[in-house]
Design a protein around this ligand. Structure first.
Ligand code: PA5
Length: 361
């Protein structure tokens, strides 16, 4: 059972979350400076990772699929799908560097002769990459993987910067500045994330978003799970109109008191989705299902994603506070890793970096 003695956990997590804008800028620099030039015509990039490391891949996929010719996909498993092969690149992301699944996929990509990159704070992945002459994009260590989302996202964006029609440097800087300016208002007691958490209360949250924000919806879910130590799900529109709607149509008294739907509302959403979205809102209103709207104000896609990360992270922290839960430890994951072998947590030393050996692949 999660500990009720929360101590300094919420304050530590809040401080880590507040680093998001700085992490983005530092990560972007690491990615652009340490990645070899992308070969002209590179089409396939696969991100191998799990949990708090893999999420950076999902968030970046939203942007690459809308703005570049890159086919970027995230593999959360031991095995790589058969069509993934050289000259496509493999980017192994493991914050600790010790995650079984990621190490397996990294080795498999090596057997397939794929150029590889490692994004890690060290561990086994850091050692293997140094031995294999694979470029290492170094993540500072200290704190849980999910608290490094800004750095991981910035690093991956930096590594793939040349695939975008224009560099993301100025855009990222601007979005990070906007985020810093909004942070005090978001983090205050009566801020948007705290109000969202109060509206959800003890209900199971289902986060709904359209495909361009799918990675963000997943991030919200996993942050609620790991920080607040409670269940959460996510749904993607328009797919949810073709299955989940059936369950919501039958929502009864129990669902109304135990579940809530959160919609990530962004002005850049697909216009085609709107009529069906309106239809769903009408249905949920009739069934008296609690619906909570999360407005994302940024007009820019990257800006909306970053804003959504900040609001979602603070929402999960507010839920943890509400429930008297320490957001920092994830003992269930540690126990699972200890019981099944592999995946030791990252070294606790603050700001240490893995040994890096510059190389060509
Ligand atoms: O949040 C967590 O601790 C997990 O989701 C980890 O990120 C996951 O187990 C993978 O570990 P790592 O990020 O160190 O590769």
């Amino acid at each position: 059972m999660p500990s009720r003695a929360v101590g300094l956990g919420p304050a530590r997590m809040l401080a880590l979350m507040a680093e998001l804008p700085t992490q983005l800028k530092n990560g972007f620099r690491e990615g652009t400076e340490q990645t070899p030039p992308l070969p002209p015509g590179l089409r396939q990039v696969t991100v191998a990772g799990m949990g708090g490391s893999a999420i950076a891949g999902d968030l970046v996929t939203s942007l690459t699929s809308a703005e570049t010719e890159l086919d970027l996909q995230v593999v959360r498993s031991y095995e790589l799908p058969r069509p993934i092969r050289a000259p496509g690149w493999l980017v192994a992301i493991s914050y600790s560097g010790n995650t079984q699944e990621t190490l397996h996929a990294y080795a498999e990509a090596g057997r397939r002769g794929m150029p590889r990159l490692a994004i890690t704070s060290g561990g086994e992945l850091g050692e293997r990459a140094a031995r294999d002459g694979v470029p290492i994009l170094a993540v500072p260590s200290g704190g849980p993987p999910r608290a490094w989302v800004g750095f991981l996202l910035g690093t991956l964006l930096g590594a793939l910067d040349a695939a975008f029609p224009r560099s993301n440097e100025a855009r990222l800087k601007e979005a990070a500045q906007e985020l810093s300016a909004r942070w005090p208002e978001l983090a205050e007691e009566g801020g948007l994330p705290a109000r969202l958490a109060a509206a959800v209360g003890a209900r199971l949250p289902t986060i709904c978003a359209e495909p361009s924000l799918a990675g963000l919806a997943r991030r919200w879910k996993t942050q609620v799970e790991e920080n607040a130590k409670r269940g959460a799900t996510f749904e993607i529109l328009p797919e949810m109109f073709h299955n989940a709607v059936v369950g919501w149509d039958r929502a009864g008294v129990l669902d109304r008191s135990s579940r809530a739907l959160l919609f990530l509302d962004w002005s850049g959403s697909l216009p085609q989705i709107r009529p069906r979205r309106e239809y769903l809102m009408g249905l949920l209103q009739e069934r008296k299902v609690p619906v909570v709207h999360v407005p994302l104000a940024s007009l820019d896609h990257l800006g909306a994603i970053l804003e959504g990360i900040a609001v979602g992270d603070l929402f999960s922290l507010a839920l943890a506070r509400q429930d008297g839960i320490d957001p920092m430890p994830t003992e269930a994951i540690d126990r699972m890793k200890a019981a099944t072998g592999g995946g030791a947590p990252a070294a606790p030393s603050k700001r240490s970096r893995p040994a890096r050996k510059r190389a060509t692949r």
